[in-house]
Design a protein around this ligand. Structure first.
Ligand SMILES: N[C@@H](CCC(=O)N[C@@H](CSS)C(=O)NCC(=O)O)C(=O)O
Length: 255
């Protein structure tokens, strides 16, 4: 149990931060363990680590309901399609704005409900057109402080690049400031990647120390135009696959 919850909720929700080392991707497992069936959600699963994640879910006695993506990833294939093929009833989720296929296409203000746990959808385009942040609800029965799963919009002391998939530095600046930096300062920030060894931050910390997003908009745009990053190695495979959630409607295996 890692949530910094009030004592009354300390044993209600389960949270795990999982890592896929080849793409430095974080996957998050959340569950309402007070729910009779222990409903669970995976955020940003990776194909290579689906078996690890399912083994954990099995060990913990959880029932996976949702496999959720923050966006169409360019550096790895999502595990969403594999999860659907291995666990019946799993609902794949991505934003409507991503133009990708999934069972549930979410947009601003939508809520994903997992037991009593609520994930609210905040539109945070800029790294890609369809990026969203999922933030836990602010009701009294929700984790305290709130938790924001920012995908690649906001990384710890960084942010997602804006040079492909409809990326826009001006849009990303607006998204982070209006949607994420407006959350309570103590809100925990859990990104989709980390390349520096960080695991978690807070909105207040990023508002103070993020070396890109603390700058004015024009300086930010200039920083983003001069990152000179190589394209992700898997982009040509990952983007088309992730437009169908890895494998949206898998053909059942016959033996
Ligand atoms: N070397 C990796 C890709 C690294 C990279 O470009 N990361 C993206 C997020 S995944 S599309 C990014 O936005 N990075 C921002 C930054 O400042 O590093 C690979 O080849 O896969």
């Amino acid at each position: 149990m890692v949530f910094h919850t009030t004592p009354s909720h300390a044993s209600k929700y389960l949270f795990r931060q999982l890592f896929e080392k080849d793409s430095s991707t974080y996957t998050y497992l959340l569950a309402d363990v007070s729910h009779p069936q222990k409903h669970a959600v995976l955020i940003d699963p990776v194909d290579k680590t689906v078996d690890r994640d399912l083994s954990l879910i099995h060990n913990l006695g959880l029932k996976l309901i949702y496999a959720v993506n923050t966006h169409v990833h360019a550096d790895h294939v999502t595990g969403t399609g594999m999860l659907k093929s291995k666990v019946s009833g799993v609902i794949s989720v991505i934003s409507k704005a991503s133009n990708a296929k999934a069972d549930l296409l979410v947009e601003s203000g939508d809520r994903i409900v997992v037991g009593d746990l609520v994930l609210e959808v905040l539109p945070t385009p800029g790294h890609t057109v369809g990026c969203v942040t999922y933030v836990t609800g602010d009701g009294p029965d929700q984790p305290q402080p709130r938790i924001a799963f920012t995908g690649d919009a906001l990384l710890i002391r960084g942010c997602g690049r804006t040079d492909f998939q409809g990326g826009s530095s001006a849009e990303l600046y607006k998204s982070v400031h209006s949607q994420i930096f407006s959350l309570p300062e103590e809100t925990l920030v859990y990104p989709a990647h980390d390349y520096k060894g960080f695991t978690v931050s807070t909105v207040g910390e990023e508002k103070q120390y993020n070396p890109r997003l603390t700058k004015d908009k024009e300086t930010f745009k200039s920083i983003m135009e001069n990152l000179n990053l190589a394209y992700p190695k898997m982009i040509d495979v990952a983007v088309p696959a992730n437009m169908v959630c890895g494998l949206q409607d898998p053909v059942p295996t016959t033996h």
